[in-house]
Design a protein around this ligand. Structure first.
Ligand code: NDP
Length: 314
């Protein structure tokens, strides 16, 4: 079905479905399963110390002979070391995010790596293209976790980026089904990046309690907050309420940093502390009702896509 698709061709995969790199969720198990199922699995390096990442890359290579990638969010420490490990271990695809695409693109490309950068605006999409990336992920306001400040929705962002971008475009934010995938492609995307739906998978390394919370989440249960630090969309739990209370006092940035403390994300998503931890997930969690094997999720999205395509052609 996707033979002439630019994303399928760029990564040499079967379906233009990319499993988002997600801290505390996408280790080698999830990435290799999605790749084996015909999508592009991505290891999220953001929550990994360099040697942990090396181990995940090696395990992923052993678990699949299909292409997979590594996501490097540049707001985390040890980035130079992470990049060196990626090159040394022979990773072929890197998705950079939360930073300047000019920093590592040339170095990665000089080592034969396909580079994709994640953006939340037209301006940064064009900056990424100028930096020489092979494709761009444009992620809308609906997305979970760290996000743009502009609050541009996927429905608005994709056609605006498409109007000006030449390299292949991957849509992200608010996409969890084949229907959403088709909609994004109608708007001009060549493929989609899906996060939240893969958190609710057997293979995600997130804590079971967090996965269950994602399944329980309804429309309106997440919010983008902490814009003064790095905007993040999370479930409105006890920690979020504490942030809201602090906002009422017109806090300084330092007070926000103090409340955030260290390792909130690990506490919530990896250790399963649903009250005090950060629970990063997208708005579309309201549409996710079950935890399933990741390969089944890929299969269902493709089946839904075919149904959606047929329905709109009537
Ligand atoms: P923190 O900076 O609070 O803590 C680091 C966490 O990452 C720990 O859980 C640590 O694991 C793990 N880790 C993985 N690799 C490394 C590494 N190379 N060096 C240090 N720690 C590593 O992590 P967060 O994920 O909560 O936040 C990351 C960044 O994003 C911070 O700069 C934070 O301020 C910012 N942030 C901003 C938010 C906002 O403004 N909205 C919300 C959340 C985070 P271990 O515990 O095993 O050591």
């Amino acid at each position: 079905m996707f033979k002439n698709n630019r994303i399928v061709q760029l990564f040499d995969i079967k379906y233009p479905i990319i499993q988002a790199g997600m801290i505390w969720a996408s280790g080698w198990r999830l990435a290799s399963t999605v790749s084996n199922a015909g999508g592009l699995g991505i290891i999220g390096a953001g929550s990994m110390y360099p040697e942990v990442l090396r181990e995940h890359i090696q395990k992923c290579q052993a678990a699949t002979d299909k292409p997979f990638g590594v996501n490097v969010p540049m707001l985390y420490p040890d980035i130079d070391q992470i990049i060196d490990i990626i090159i040394k271990e022979g990773v072929k695809i890197v998705f950079t995010s939360a930073g300047n695409p000019a920093t590592y693109t040339s170095k990665l490309k000089a080592n034969g790596i396909t580079v994709v950068h994640v953006v939340s605006s037209v301006k940064f999409a064009l900056k990424a293209e100028s930096a020489g990336v092979d494709a761009v992920v444009a992620e809308g306001f609906e997305a979970g976790g760290h996000n743009g400040r502009e609050e541009t929705t996927t429905f608005t962002l994709i056609p605006m980026v498409k109007e000006q971008l030449s390299v292949p475009l991957i849509a992200a934010g608010g996409i969890a089904t084949g229907h959403g995938m088709l909609a994004a492609m109608v708007l001009g995307a060549d493929g989609v990046q899906i996060g939240s739906r893969f958190v609710a998978s057997d293979e995600a390394s997130s804590h079971q309690k967090f996965k269950e919370e994602v399944v329980k989440a309804k429309e309106g249960d997440t919010k983008l907050t902490l814009k003064e630090l790095a905007p993040v969309r999370l479930i409105k739990n006890k920690f979020y309420q504490a942030v809201e209370e602090l906002y009422k006092t017109n806090p300084t940035k330092e007070q926000l940093i103090e409340l955030l403390g260290r390792a909130r994300a690990k506490r919530g998503m990896f250790e399963g502390d649903l009250e005090e931890g950060e629970l990063e997930i997208g708005q579309i969690s309201g549409l996710i009702h079950e935890i399933k094997p990741a390969a089944k999720i890929v299969e269902e999205i493709i089946a839904e896509f075919a149904v959606a395509k047929k329905e709109i052609s009537i």
